[in-house]
Every structure is written in structure tokens, then in C-alpha cells.
Write a protein that binds this ligand. Structure first.
Ligand code: PAZ
Length: 370
């Protein structure tokens, strides 16, 4: 049995309802998913195969569910089609990484995402020629590079797909991935783009059978999901390069929340994105290595509880770098905006630029150790 799956839950030991589960109490009380051991072994083999040959990235993608019944008819879901994760995985492969693509079952996947049934149904690509089926010349032009990259990844075995459905599956798998990737040390990257529920129903609160409406209204009290970024950073994979995402619907919260996450968990980078602009604008927030002199355009100063919240300079037009220097800590922001990066070519995808930035940072992170 793998390290990740060896903890057997004691179903009686769940903390008081409504309390926040610690990571330890979570894994001691919640049942592991049925395929955890098999999936852990697949990840272990994959990491072993590529260790020393390629850098390895774990990409998490799509939303997690919270089932209301163990024979599940109904569940709560998290928004996310898996576009960010699937697109990013393609660019990581293109940049020479081996990719563990940990995704929500039936969410978008690298390569096939170009032909999703709703946006670009594959039957529309095809035409009948005599008795055979071929892609139309116009479609073939788009399909060719996608198919080449897909075949390459398939033939070389550079991508491993691992699926999850519930937030519980996700948490167990993340712990397993962190553990099996630890030997990669700095050569491993974590790109946590999945939209993970903050709340869940512990096993002992989940109804076994379909909840009956005859009982009237439904009251749910959910518990908080443990903040697993902390053990990921501090215990499971202390050397990995860890990138988390922060989704907000209020632009003004992006940077402060991203800084707070960095201060709280101590990882390398938070990518902030706002719901409606996420496909063309993101902000990288990280600790500044060399705090620049204050007073320059695009820089920040001030601070509250070690975090900076006051912008003192003029408008920031991305991409630019800003930094803050609150009592010892310093944060740097890099905005990426599609229109500014490629002269307004809307065919481009922001993930291309995100991954290029990350590859450079990962390289620097690896070199900094030597
Ligand atoms: O899958 P998608 O492309 O529709 O959305 C991507 C995203 C917004 C879920 C992702 O970029 C992200 O921010 N994930 C983390 C969400 C969170 O704050 O939990």
C-alpha cells in the first residue's frame, strides 16, 4: 500500500459539526476513493519514468463536486469547464514537460478541447469523399498541428491523465501526487488550476439514499475543507515549485487575497484571475527577490498586518511589475493581458504566455538551489 493511501479512516472520529477540519483529522476520518492506490501507482511510475529526463508538472483542472447522498443523485458543483487546465497542459507539453493532468471526470482535456461537443462539434469538421470520411481542407489546416501534438504526447507517453469527481477524491489525490513528486525536488511543479470546493459534507453527514422531498425543505450544514496547500508546501513536497490560482469576482480583491495566500502558505506564486476577464487577463503575485526602490511607477507601499493594501502610484497598465516592501516582506506583481501581449490577436491564448513565464521562473527556481 502506498504512503498516501495507508491511512485508514476511523469513521467515528469526525470533529464537532461546523468546525474546521485539520488536514490530519480530515484524512483520519474521511474515506479514500476506491481507485486511490491504482492512481497513486500510476503517478509514481510516471514520475519514475521521467525523473532526470524531463521536468514534471502536475496540472489540476476542472471543478470538484460535493455529493449530498452516498448513492449520489444530487451534488453541489464548482464552476469550471477545465479550459485553463487543459489549455495549460498543452503548453507545458510543448515546453518539454511531462504532465500529470489531474482533472474532473468529463471536463475539457488537452487537444480534444479544441473539438468540444458544444463549441466545435467534431461532425462539423468532416465531409464525405466517395466512401470515406475526411476533414474539410479548412478544418484540416487547424486540425493538423493539434493532431501532431496529440500524437507526439501519446507516442512518447508524456502525459498521464488522472480523474477525480468529488472534493474528497481531489484532496486524497493531491496528497498522493505531492508525495510521489517529492523526490523530484525542485524539478517538480504544481499548477493548481482546479476550482476546489471550500466546503464539504463529511462522510458521517452524507445521507445514504436519495434525500426525500416529502420531509420539506432541505437544511445543509457543511464543514470547511482543510487548507491543504499548507501541508503540500511544508510536508508533502517541500521543494516543489508551487503555483496556486485565486479566482475572485471583484477585481479589487485579487491582489490582496493572492498576497494573503502567499503569506499564509509560503509557496512560490499565486495567479489571480477575475471571473469575467480570466481568459485575457491574469496577475502573477509572488515574493519579490530584490525589492526595488520605492516611488517608481507601478510600485506599492504601505502595509497592514504584514500585507500591503495601498497602491500609491498611478494606473498600472499590464504587463508590468509592481512591488511592495512591508516590514521585511516584499511582493511583486506581474500583470499579463492578452491584447497587450500579442497586439490584439484574439486567436492567441493567455495560457501560452502564462506557461512561458512559469517555465522561466521554474528554471530560475531550480538554478537558485545549485
Ligand atoms: O476552467 P476554467 O478555464 O473555466 O476556469 C479556470 C479557473 C477560473 C477555475 C482557474 O483559473 C482558477 O482560478 N482556479 C482556482 C479557483 C479558486 O480560487 O479556487
Amino acid at each position: 500500500m502506498s504512503e498516501a493511501s495507508s491511512a485508514q479512516p476511523s469513521r467515528a472520529a469526525s470533529p464537532t459539526p461546523g468546525r474546521e477540519f485539520s488536514t490530519e483529522s480530515y484524512f483520519n476520518t474521511q474515506r479514500p476513493p476506491a481507485r486511490l492506490e491504482v492512481q497513486t501507482e500510476m503517478m509514481r511510475e510516471f514520475v519514475k519514468k521521467w525523473d532526470g529526463k524531463k521536468r514534471v508538472v502536475l496540472v489540476t483542472s476542472g471543478g470538484t463536486t460535493v455529493p449530498l447522498e452516498s448513492n449520489t443523485v444530487r451534488f453541489l458543483d464548482n464552476f469550471s469547464a477545465g479550459t485553463r487546465g487543459a489549455t495549460s497542459a498543452e503548453y507545458f507539453l510543448g515546453a518539454g514537460y511531462a504532465v500529470i493532468f489531474m482533472h474532473r471526470l468529463h471536463s475539457l482535456r488537452p487537444f480534444s478541447r479544441h473539438y468540444s461537443h458544444s463549441l466545435n462539434p467534431f461532425l462539423d469538421l468532416l465531409t464525405i469523399s466517395s466512401d470515406s470520411v475526411v476533414a474539410t481542407p479548412e478544418q484540416a489546416k487547424h486540425l493538423l498541428p493539434v493532431l501532431r501534438a496529440y500524437n507526439k504526447a501519446h507516442d512518447e507517453g508524456t502525459m498521464l491523465s488522472i480523474d477525480f469527481q468529488t472534493v474528497n477524491d481531489y484532496l486524497w489525490l493531491l496528497r498522493a501526487a505531492g508525495t510521489v513528486m517529492a523526490p523530484l525536488e525542485r524539478r517538480g511543479m504544481f499548477y493548481l488550476a482546479a476550482a476546489v470546493s471550500d466546503f464539504f459534507l463529511p462522510d458521517d453527514k452524507v445521507a445514504e439514499h436519495k434525500i426525500q422531498s416529502a420531509k420539506g425543505s432541505l437544511h445543509l450544514e457543511m464543514d470547511q475543507v482543510p487548507k491543504v496547500l499548507r501541508p503540500l508546501v511544508q510536508e508533502w513536497t517541500p521543494e516543489g515549485y508551487i503555483v496556486s490560482f485565486k479566482l475572485e469576482t471583484d477585481d479589487n480583491l485579487l491582489v490582496p487575497k493572492a498576497r494573503a495566500a502567499l503569506a499564509r502558505y509560503g509557496h512560490q506564486l499565486v495567479i489571480g484571475n477575475e471571473l469575467h476577464s480570466r481568459k485575457y487577463r491574469v496577475v502573477f503575485v509572488e515574493r519579490a527577490i530584490t525589492p526595488p526602490a520605492s516611488g517608481k511607477e507601478g510600485y506599492f507601499t504601505g502595509g497592514v498586518r504584514g500585507l500591503v493594501d495601498k497602491r500609491i502610484t498611478g494606473a498600472m497598465t499590464p504587463p508590468l511589475r509592481g512591488a511592495v516592501t512591508p516590514g521585511g516582506g516584499a511582493y511583486e506583481e506581474t500583470w499579463l493581458e492578452l491584447g497587450q501581449l500579442n497586439g490584439g490577436d484574439k486567436e492567441k491564448e493567455i495560457e501560452e504566455y502564462i506557461i512561458a513565464e512559469l517555465v522561466a521562473r521554474h528554471e530560475a527556481w531550480i538554478k537558485a538551489k545549485k
